[in-house]
Design a protein around this ligand. Structure first.
Ligand code: GDP
Ligand code: IMO
Ligand code: MG
Length: 407
C-alpha cells in the first residue's frame, strides 16, 4: 500500500514546509514539487547546519530520495544551476535522482525585468523573481518551455518572438530598458547542461512510480492564502498553491493522494502587501518577529506578524481537504503571558479573539505531546477541535529532530 502525502502551507507561506518535508522524507522514496518557482525559500536544519532551498525539493538531503520538479513550475535556469552547484559543493549527489519536467515554463530575464518594474506601480510586493509574468506567458500559450532546449534553432525562433513582445512591454508601457535577445538566448544556452542532465517526461515517471506503489511526498510552495483563486487576490502569487494544484502540476490524479498534511504556524506571518486581519503592531508583533526570526528566506524582507486566524484556516482546511494538521513554531510562543486566537470576524470584519493563558516554559526540548506544558497542550487541542482536524505533528524548533509526532 502506498502512502502518498501532500504537504501544504495553509497560510501566507513560510510555515516551515521545508523543515517538515525534510523530516518526513526519511520514510519516502520521492519528493516532488508541483508549482511556484524560486520565489520559494525553504529552510532545513540538520545537525546544526542550515540549508535554504528555492527550487530543489526538500528531500534532497536524503541521499536515496528521488526529487522531481513537475510541469507546474516556472523555472529559472540560472537559479537552478546555482542551487545545484552549491548543494554539490556540500557533497550532495544529483545523479540519477533529480528530474525536471520538459513541460516547465522557463523564467527569462525579461520576465524578471517586467515583474520588478511593474511591481513598483502595482505594489503587490512580489519577490521580483519573474513569477507572475512567466505564468502569464504559460496561460497565454506563448511560453518557452524546458523541453524547447532540445532544438536550439527552433528555440531561437520562439524565443525571439517572446523577447520582442517583452521588450515592447518594457519600453512602451514602463519606459524601461529592453534586453538584448542575444543575452537572453545566451543565458539559456549556457545552462544547456541542466537540460542534458535532468530533462524528463516527469508525468510518465510519476505514473510509473504511483503504479509501483512508491511512497511519494508532494511538496507545496507558498501557502494557501497566496493561491491565485482562493487567496487574498490580487495580493497573491500566480500559481495554484492549494491541493488542486498538485494534479495539474504533476499529472497525478487526486485518487493517488492518500493524506494531506496542512502546515500552519502557531501564529501568522505574511511577507509583502495585502490584507491580514490578525496583524499586530504592538510589542507582541515585535516579540513574534524577534523570537521567530521572521525575515524572508528568499528576499530577507521582514515578515509581518500576528495571531493565529482559525476562522480563515477553517475555510482553507476545507479547500485543501486537509486530513492532518502540523503546527510549527510552537516554541516561539513560549515567552508569552497571553496568546490570542481569532475564532470569528464581527460585522466590521474585525477579528473576534479567544484568549489563552501562555505557558512561559521552554518547549524546544519536548519530543512528545506529554512533554509539553498543559497550557500548550490545551492550545493545540483547541486548534484541533475548532478546525475539526487531527494534529499529527508539532514542531518546536528549526532542527529536523525538534519534531513531535502524535499518533
Ligand atoms: P517554508 O517556506 O514553509 O519552508 O518556511 P521558511 O523556511 O521560509 O521559514 C520557516 C522558518 O522557521 C525557517 O527559518 C525555519 O528554520 C524556521 N522553523 C521551522 N520550524 C520551526 C519551529 O518549529 N520553531 C522555530 N523556532 N523555527 C522553525
Ligand atoms: P515559501 O515557499 C512567503 C509572496 C510575495 C508576494 C506574493 C507574490 O517560502 O513559503 P510572487 O513573487 O510569487 O509573484 O509574489 O507572494 N510570496 C511568498 N511569501 N513565502 C513564499 O514562499 C512566497 N512566495 C511568494 O511576498 O506577497
Ligand atoms: Mg519560505
Amino acid at each position: 500500500m502506498s502512502n502518498n502525502t501532500l504537504i501544504l502551507g495553509l497560510q501566507w507561506g513560510d510555515e516551515g514546509k521545508g523543515k517538515i518535508v525534510d523530516a518526513l522524507a526519511e520514510g519516502s522514496e520521492a519528493v516532488c514539487r508541483f508549482q511556484g518557482g524560486h520565489n520559494a525559500g525553504h529552510t532545513l536544519k540538520v545537525d546544526g547546519e542550515q540549508k535554504v532551498l528555492h527550487l530543489v525539493p526538500s528531500g534532497i538531503l536524503h541521499p536515496s530520495v528521488h526529487c522531481v520538479l513537475g510541469n507546474g513550475l516556472v523555472l529559472s535556469l540560472p537559479a537552478l544551476a546555482k542551487e545545484i552547484q552549491e548543494l554539490k559543493e556540500s557533497n550532495i549527489n544529483f545523479k540519477d535522482r533529480f528530474y525536471v519536467s520538459e513541460d516547465c515554463s522557463l523564467i527569462l530575464p525579461t520576465h524578471i525585468a517586467i515583474d520588478q518594474v511593474r511591481d513598483k506601480e502595482e505594489g503587490i510586493g512580489t519577490t521580483g523573481r519573474g513569477i507572475g509574468p512567466a505564468y502569464e506567458d504559460k496561460i497565454a500559450r506563448r511560453a518557452v518551455r524546458f523541453g524547447d532546449l532540445k532544438n536550439i534553432e527552433d528555440l531561437k525562433i520562439k524565443l525571439s518572438t517572446l523577447v520582442n513582445y517583452h521588450n515592447q512591454i518594457l519600453q512602451n508601457l514602463y519606459n524601461a530598458q529592453p534586453l538584448a535577445f542575444e543575452d537572453v538566448l545566451e543565458e539559456l544556452i549556457s545552462n544547456i547542461d541542466l537540460y542534458n542532465n535532468y530533462h524528463c517526461k516527469t508525468q510518465d515517471l510519476l505514473k510509473h512510480w504511483v503504479k509501483q506503489g512508491k511512497n511519494i511526498l508532494f511538496e507545496g510552495a507558498q501557502g494557501s492564502m497566496l493561491d491565485i483563486d482562493h487567496g487574498t487576490y490580487p495580493y497573491v502569487t500566480s500559481s495554484s498553491t492549494t491541493a488542486g494544484g498538485l494534479s495539474s502540476g504533476l499529472g497525478v490524479g487526486p485518487r493517488h493522494i492518500d493524506s494531506i498534511l496542512g502546515i500552519t504556524k502557531a501564529y501568522t506571518t505574511r511577507v509583502g502587501e495585502g490584507p491580514f486581519a490578525t496583524e499586530l503592531f504592538d510589542s507582541n508583533a515585535e516579540q513574534l518577529a524577534k523570537v521567530g526570526h521572521e525575515f524572508g528566506a528568499t528576499t530577507g524582507r521582514p515578515r509581518r506578524c500576528g495571531w493565529l486566524d482559525l476562522k480563515a484556516l477553517e475555510t482553507i482546511v476545507f479547500i485543501n481537504s486537509v486530513t492532518n494538521l502540523c503546527i510549527t513554531k510552537l516554541d516561539v510562543l513560549d515567552g508569552f503571558e497571553e496568546i490570542q486566537v481569532c475564532i470569528d470576524y464581527d460585522q466590521n470584519q474585525q477579528p473576534v479573539y479567544e484568549t489563552f493563558r501562555g505557558w512561559q516554559q521552554d518547549t524546544s526540548d519536548a519530543r512528545s505531546f506529554d512533554d509539553l506544558p498543559k497550557a500548550a497542550q490545551d492550545y493545540i487541542l483547541f486548534i484541533e477541535e475548532t478546525l475539526d482536524c487531527p494534529v499529527g505533528i508539532v514542531s518546536v524548533g528549526p532542527s529536523r529532530d525538534q519534531t513531535i509526532y502524535i499518533d
